[in-house]
Write a new protein. Structure first.
Length: 89
């Protein structure tokens, strides 16, 4: 099994974070595990909701890292609007 891909979202707002995440995940093969670092307080709510919308698997927060979350890239992710990644196309 390969190492997880780490995406550091820093202190970006969830809107900007989802824009970046959408683009980055499009280039990854299905099944890739991603560790997302995001300090926005909305991340624990928005990230699982976005994964549910798109079909990516939200795996939850990483143990011992309060601002890091794991997800698995879906094989057939639902496409989202490039300018509004929280809306399916």
């Amino acid at each position: 099994m390969s190492e997880p891909v780490v995406i550091d979202g820093g202190d970006r707002s969830c809107v900007r974070l989802l824009l970046e995440l959408r683009g980055r995940l499009a280039d990854l093969p299905p099944g890739t595990i991603v560790h997302l670092i995001a300090s926005d307080p909305a991340a624990p709510i928005d990230l699982p909701a976005w994964c549910h919308l798109t079909g990516h698997a939200y795996l939850g927060p990483l143990d011992g890292l309060p601002t890091a979350y794991a997800l698995r890239v879906a094989e057939n992710a639902v496409p989202t609007d490039p300018k509004s990644p929280w809306r399916a196309t």
